[in-house]
Write a new protein. Structure first.
Ligand SMILES: [Zn+2]
Ligand SMILES: [Zn+2]
Length: 381
């Protein structure tokens, strides 16, 4: 019996939340569309572990030593019926009810396809304005040669001669409880009840082929990083050409060198000379809307901010309104003055600063001085 706790990497006491978190992480990591087809088994293992541990009844059963996912275990309906009641077990053996080994009746050839998952990295500018991007995905598509039927030349599947279309074979077995009927999927038709006499040579009768294709994804303006977008019916085509699952795109936004985002505002830090802060100055700065004029008012102080209205990120659910672009001023104090500059500043000081006047002095909570990158990080959070 597989250790489902180990598969998900959680402790036996893990909460539902921890299990869900672990599952989300691993299902993303091992999804065959991302990790490659060789991880399909690992992916299945993670899924069956989650199927059991996320269901309180199944988890209890598993903790008592019974694997609800074991093939032929006969307790397929445990989540609905519960396991504790002997009559339930009894009826699942004799009642011909559903859930016995999953072998009741033929299995349809056409099965619904699974969901697919792909990742997409976009720029901050794409998030500001929205974009349409093409994503390459490798997934199952409808077989072009048989259109999903799995048979050559438009042949129809014929009734299986071994099980006469039942899809399973019944056998009488003696046990302590008396004689019981067990059923096994028919090996000839793999439980379908029909066989394809001349399977399509392109898909070997599966009705689908693994192929690479391009999907156009519309990214709405204002999207947040780590958003999952769903494209219905763009996922895997199922066995026998069954209806395609959905395609999920995990969108993340790359960090930008000039701007950090906080909500729908963009922040940037600009270095200006002390004289611009004191006297005021018009500067040109780069924005996602091209070069814009920024008017630094006279008397600006270090860390003052100057907003440019409506040049931030487009609101996700708005009518095109946008956040602001906020410029933070870093005032540079000049170093290495030459003689002339020093004399000029000297005479400025004499006219402006009163030597010997009391210097304001007060206590404040001590905080570590933050560097440029710390502040960007803060703004991002
Ligand atoms: Zn085919
Ligand atoms: Zn058969």
């Amino acid at each position: 019996m597989a250790d489902y706790y180990e598969v998900l990497g959680v402790s036996r006491q893990a909460s539902d939340d921890e299990i869900k978190k672990a599952y989300r992480k691993l299902s993303r990591k091992y999804h065959p569309d991302i990790a490659g087809p060789e991880f399909e088994d690992k992916f299945k293992e993670v899924n069956s572990a989650y199927e059991v541990l996320s269901d309180p009844d199944k988890r209890r059963m598993y903790d008592q030593g019974v694997d609800p996912n074991a093939p032929g275990g006969g307790y397929g309906n445990a989540s609905a019926g519960g396991f504790g009641d002997f009559s339930d077990v009894f009826s699942s053996f004799f009642g011909g009810g559903s859930g016995f080994g999953g072998a009741q009746g033929p299995i349809p050839r056409s099965q619904p396809g699974r969901d697919s998952l792909a990742g997409l990295n976009i720029t901050l500018k794409d998030a500001v304005f929205g974009t349409v991007q093409n994503v390459d995905i490798t997934t199952y598509s409808l077989c072009p040669d048989c259109s999903g039927s799995g048979a050559q030349n438009g042949e129809k599947p014929v009734t299986c001669p071994v099980c006469n279309g039942q899809g399973y074979r019944q056998q009488a077995v003696r046990t302590l409880l008396g004689q019981m009927m067990t059923s096994q999927p028919c090996e000839r038709c793999e439980g379908h009840g029909t066989i394809i006499e001349h399977p399509c040579e392109t898909c070997f009768g599966h009705g689908r082929v693994r192929a690479k294709r391009q999907v156009g994804v519309k990214i709405p303006a204002g999207i947040q990083t780590d958003t999952r977008i769903r494209l219905s019916s763009q996922g895997e085509v199922g066995e026998g050409g069954g209806a395609a699952g959905d395609l999920y795109i995990d969108v993340s936004i790359k960090p930008d060198k000039q701007f950090s985002r906080q909500g729908d505002d963009l922040h940037c830090w600009i270095s200006i000379p002390m004289t611009w802060a004191a006297l005021g100055h018009d500067v040109t700065i780069q924005t996602f809307d091209g070069e814009k004029n920024l008017a630094i008012p006279d008397g600006s102080q270090p860390d003052d901010t100057v907003p440019l209205k409506n040049l931030g990120v487009t609101h996700l659910h708005g009518n095109g309104e946008r956040g602001d672009l906020v410029a933070h001023l870093q005032v540079e104090i000049p170093r290495n003055l030459n003689k002339k500059q020093r004399d000029l500043l000297d005479s400025f000081a004499k006219s402006h600063d009163k030597d010997g006047a009391a210097i304001p002095q007060q206590s404040r909570p001590v905080v570590a001085r933050k560097g440029f990158f710390d502040r960007i990080k803060d703004a991002l959070n």
